[in-house]
Design a binder for this molecule. Structure first.
Ligand SMILES: [Zn+2]
Length: 139
């Protein structure tokens, strides 16, 4: 599932151009820019850092976040510390979350009863969707 586009011009005429520090180097034929796959990897990291911090703020535990995004709870804990994130207390509601593919998401939302009496957000997660739902005033 490698998606290669030039980080500089977004062009897709990419050719392999040697290996540097055990990373594949590529050359964009359009703008002659050299880059390694590491730069693409970094972009994905940023995406998961943001998702992890969102989930943490929504009240999920490190281990729950680990199960959802597949990053170790130790790493997530380090991200929370390095961004100095403080979680507000969630005394009155408990978030629950579900992971759906597109069709499952549509089926879920069709049922009005599931949408009543709760707030929810839907966020993209890789090739799936995550629905976080707050059921208020329940134990
Ligand atoms: Zn380019």
């Amino acid at each position: 599932m490698e998606i290669l586009a030039c980080p500089k011009c977004q062009g897709n005429q990419i050719i392999k151009s040697g290996v540097i520090n055990s990373k594949q180097r590529y050359l964009c034929k359009k703008c002659n820019y050299f880059f390694t796959v590491n730069k693409i990897g970094k972009k994905i990291d940023d995406y998961y850092v943001t998702k992890a911090l969102q989930l943490y703020l929504e009240g999920l535990s490190y281990r729950e976040i680990e199960r959802i995004i597949g990053v170790s709870h130790v790493t997530i804990s380090n991200w929370v510390k390095s961004f100095n994130i403080k979680k507000p207390s969630h005394a009155n509601y408990h978030p629950t979350y579900k992971i759906f593919n597109h069709l499952e998401l549509i089926e879920y939302i069709k049922n009005k009863d599931l949408l009543s009496g709760a707030g929810m957000i839907i966020t993209e997660l890789g090739d799936k969707f995550m629905l976080i739902k707050w059921e208020r005033f329940k134990d």
